[in-house]
Design a protein around this ligand. Structure first.
Ligand SMILES: C[S@@+](CC[C@H](N)C(=O)[O-])C[C@H]1O[C@@H](n2cnc3c(N)ncnc32)[C@H](O)[C@@H]1O
Length: 287
């Protein structure tokens, strides 16, 4: 089944603090060191794929050396409009120091023309949507451009509920739900048969085959749900898993609803933490 997935701006802003807190600082430091060596004061050209409202830009831009020029690519014009309207407040600098262009494009049928000129290609929370063939195309384009790559927050399937001592609770019903959810994640989201939780590994292998020096680090969310923002995010996550499971296995709705109610009560009572495993991938081109 194929269909473009729509991401609500509210969902993206709800997840942004957790995303920003989870990202690997160590991989960023490695990237910054390489850019400092190779850029020679030139304007840094950065391409963000599946940029949404610009969360990745908001984390990276203040940390990267200027001047910077960003190209944000997404097929959702309304998300890009938000990104544009907020960009100026992120790095208050003159246009020759910091500039942002948005491109409304469907990455499924694009030859990725922006990558040819890029120093850095980046994406956040995007790769679970893509196929192995799409990753190959991207790796080849990044290798041809000799661009550095920072691909963060790809879900890796380590998803579930934790005790307060950090132990994973994985009862029969959680496992059942996990299986259904992973099946749903592998549906075609418009970019070929989606890799879902395998994306991070497949991405690293593909980039390594294209000659990149590849480094990985975990960037997990761990939501304790004792404060309002993490409880709100936990609830939305649970609602998303519930919805996906009902779509994938409608005949099992009684079982799915019972699981949902039980885990909702756990979150509301702060009896469980939620973990969503992610991986960040840094790939540096050969010197
Ligand atoms: C989970 S959101 C992540 C957005 C943003 N990178 C962030 O970290 O908040 C995935 C993004 O990929 C975009 N997207 C999905 N499929 C796409 C496609 N075929 N072409 C272009 N953008 C796509 C969505 O519109 C959405 O903005």
């Amino acid at each position: 089944m194929s269909g473009h997935q729509v991401f609500a701006a509210d969902w993206l802003s709800l997840r942004e603090p957790a995303d920003h807190a989870a990202r690997s600082e160590a991989l960023f430091e490695d990237l910054a060191a390489v850019l400092a060596r190779t850029r020679n004061g030139r304007r840094l050209r950065i391409v963000d794929l599946g940029a949404g409202t610009g969360s990745n830009l908001r984390w990276l831009a203040p940390r990267l050396p200027r001047p910077q020029h960003w190209t944000l690519v997404d097929h959702d014009a309304s998300l890009l409009a938000r990104a544009r309207s907020q960009a100026r407040t992120i790095v208050p600098a003159p246009a020759d120091e910091f500039s942002v262009t948005t491109v409304e494009a469907d990455l499924s049928d694009s030859s990725l023309p922006w990558i040819g000129q890029a120093d850095l290609v980046t994406a956040a929370a995007f790769f679970d949507l893509v196929s192995a063939a799409w990753i190959e195309r991207l790796s080849a384009a990044c290798a041809a451009a000799r661009a550095a790559c920072l691909f963060v927050l790809s879900v890796d399937g380590r998803r579930g509920f934790l005790d307060h001592d950090g132990g994973m609770i994985d009862d029969e019903e959680d496992q059942y739900m996990q299986d259904i959810f992973n099946q749903h994640q592998r549906r075609d989201k418009g970019l070929g048969g989606a890799l879902g939780p395998e994306a991070g590994q497949r991405l690293s292998q593909s980039l390594a085959r294209h000659g990149f020096d590849v480094r990985l680090q975990a960037s997990d969310w761990r939501l304790d749900c004792t404060d309002a923002p993490s409880l709100a995010l936990g609830r939305e996550l649970l609602a998303g898993w519930h919805q996906a499971a009902l779509e994938q296995a409608p005949a099992a709705s009684v079982r799915i609803n019972a699981w949902h109610q039980r885990r909702q009560a756990d979150l509301a009572g702060a009896r469980r933490m939620v973990q969503v495993g992610h991986v960040d991938v840094l790939a540096l081109p050969p010197r």
